[in-house]
Design a protein around this ligand. Sequence first.
Ligand code: MN
Length: 203
Amino acid sequence: MSIQLIDLPFGSDALAPAISAETLSFHHGKHHKAYIDKTNAAIEGTDLADKPLEEIVVAARGSNQGLFNNAAQSWNHGFYWYSLTGESTAPSGDLAAKIDESFGSLDALKERLADAGAGHFASGWVWLAEKDGKLSLEETHDGDTLADSGFNPLLTIDVWEHAYYLDHQNARPAYLKAVIDGHLNWDFAAENLARGSAWTYPA
Ligand code: MN
């Protein structure tokens, strides 16, 4: 059983114009697929061949950078697709309370998330994460991931250029604003918070 390219959990034009169907066709159909294919090629015939993606990430971290990059990117993109939705609904319950505790308000969190994404140098990911009951914003560079970090990731935004260049060219802040204002899946964040441990990539 190899790692599978999961289907997008929304229609291909559900995020437009923030993220167009054209961007998704490349980002999911080419970039994410390539990370999965390279992960599967690297684990074929090894002890990792039938392991869950999370175990592959842990095994490769620090010992096999090529496999780590592809496995972590496979995981990050799956998590990113679930972090997005056609139309955001406001956080509620425990998630809303923790956002207020940790950031002051949802608007303050959104502003800090946009600033973190805009300020992130070069390629990587910005994350809303939870640890010891407290929420924080985290950043990882290139293919690095929070999958095995001790943080419980709640949401992520891809800030690699391939995530936004076709739609927004170099205007990363415009991409971030459109995603943060309209397309973050707070229901997914609430599920992750309630589970209390990191999401697992669908087998
Ligand atoms: Mn990407």
